[in-house]
Design a binder for this molecule. Structure first.
Ligand SMILES: [Mg+2]
Length: 367
């Protein structure tokens, strides 16, 4: 395929309600929506960087600089035979997986649309619907218990609670008092240290499926030690930024469950490599989320159809997050099951009028 244009669009989409984690409270989504145009066909990708580096180091201004000045011009400089080759062409620019993924996802979508097949087909997906869980931000205990109950009643197959020191034991005890047997996990987003071992041992007593990223956002060694001290499995998120980092974490036994986020690991080709590695080692995977718009959410749904994604992921109904999304198709789960959008590519199209109303800036880079 010959790519003629890359469009970089910054959008600001209000959340239905503020989303609080151990590191930030956010009221609106800042997303980079990437559109590529090739031989009359468009493909869409989404960058999950934040305006400031609260999650990993990447941020929107840095990503825009690289997309505009490096990745997009290189992508258009020569033909693409297959989307799986794209990110390998950018190895001279180190790191920045989210920026690379934003553009690579658009290439996959465009290629699948040109072939007339759903993206999941290109990825070897085996499902037409995926089991999903819900990730709940921090709220007062009463509200949290109500939220958990509501999501369980809606059929979500796993509930994940955001925790931090001081916002853990009492809240978990309250939830477990009402829901002793549900599939429950916690995500600390790096809020603990090994000095808090007694607290971590208390968290260990709540029958959680796994504890996600309790320690430093780039750590493997301390997590590997912590894993020897707890009976609950550890899952890594922030730390896993590439197939090589996943391999290192598994070799070190720093985690036994893998959260895959396509942006964090550098694109769909990286996801395929991680997927095959985890399947070969019998390591369960699930698809994480970054509160994506319908574009990123649709990509997540397609990648989670791959056979190694055996645990419910974070790709819940868009309406939980947004009153209105930028795609024409509403991505909604029923009874904890999210159908894969049908049609070529990721199966969703942009709602042009609404997209325009939430657009902050647009720039088009031409071949
Ligand atoms: Mg996480």
């Amino acid at each position: 395929m010959r790519i003629e244009e890359v469009e970089l669009r910054l959008v600001r989409l209000p959340y239905r309600s503020p989303f609080k984690t151990s590191f930030a409270e956010e009221v609106e989504k800042h997303a980079v929506i990437v559109t590529i145009r090739s031989e009359g066909v468009e493909g869409y990708g989404e960058g999950v960087m934040d305006p400031f580096p609260h999650y990993r180091e990447e941020c929107i201004p840095g990503a825009m600089h690289l997309l505009r000045g490096a990745f997009a011009p290189e992508l258009m400089s020569r033909e693409v035979q297959h989307p799986s080759e794209v990110t390998a062409r950018w190895v001279e620019w180190r790191g920045n997986p989210m920026a690379k993924s934003a553009l690579e996802l658009a290439v996959w979508d465009c290629y699948a649309r040109q072939q007339g097949v759903p993206l999941r087909t290109l990825l070897g997906g085996v499902r037409t619907e995926i089991p999903v869980g819900a990730s709940l931000g921090m709220n007062p205990i009463d509200t949290t218990v109500e939220n958990v109950t509501r999501h369980v009643e809606q059929g979500y197959q796993r509930v994940k609670l955001k925790i931090e020191p001081g916002w853990d034991i009492d809240m978990l005890a309250a939830v477990r008092a009402v829901h002793p047997d549900i599939e429950l996990t916690v995500d600390a987003n790096s809020a603990y240290t090994l000095e808090m071992m007694s607290l971590l041992r208390q968290i260990d007593e709540f029958g959680l499926h796994y504890i996600e990223q309790p320690l430093h956002w780039d750590d493997m060694v301390d997590h590997a030690y912590l894993a020897t001290q707890l009976k609950t499995e550890l899952c890594l998120d922030e730390t896993l930024t590439s197939p090589a980092r996943v391999k290192a974490a598994l070799d070190l036994k720093a985690c036994t469950v893998v959260n895959v986020k396509v942006g964090r690991v550098g694109g769909l080709q990286a996801v395929r490599e991680i997927h095959d590695m985890c399947v070969a080692r019998n390591v369960p995977m699930w698809c994480g989320g970054m509160l994506e718009t319908g574009i990123g959410r649709a990509h997540n749904i397609h990648l989670a159809t791959m056979p190694g994604f055996v645990l419910p992921g974070d790709t819940a109904s868009a309406s939980r997050t947004y009153a209105r999304d930028i795609t024409e198709q509403q991505l909604e789960a029923t009874n904890g099951i999210m159908p894969v959008p049908e049609g070529p590519g990721i199966g969703v199209t942009l709602d042009a009028a609404f997209l325009h109303s939430v657009t902050e800036s647009v720039e088009v880079i031409r071949r």
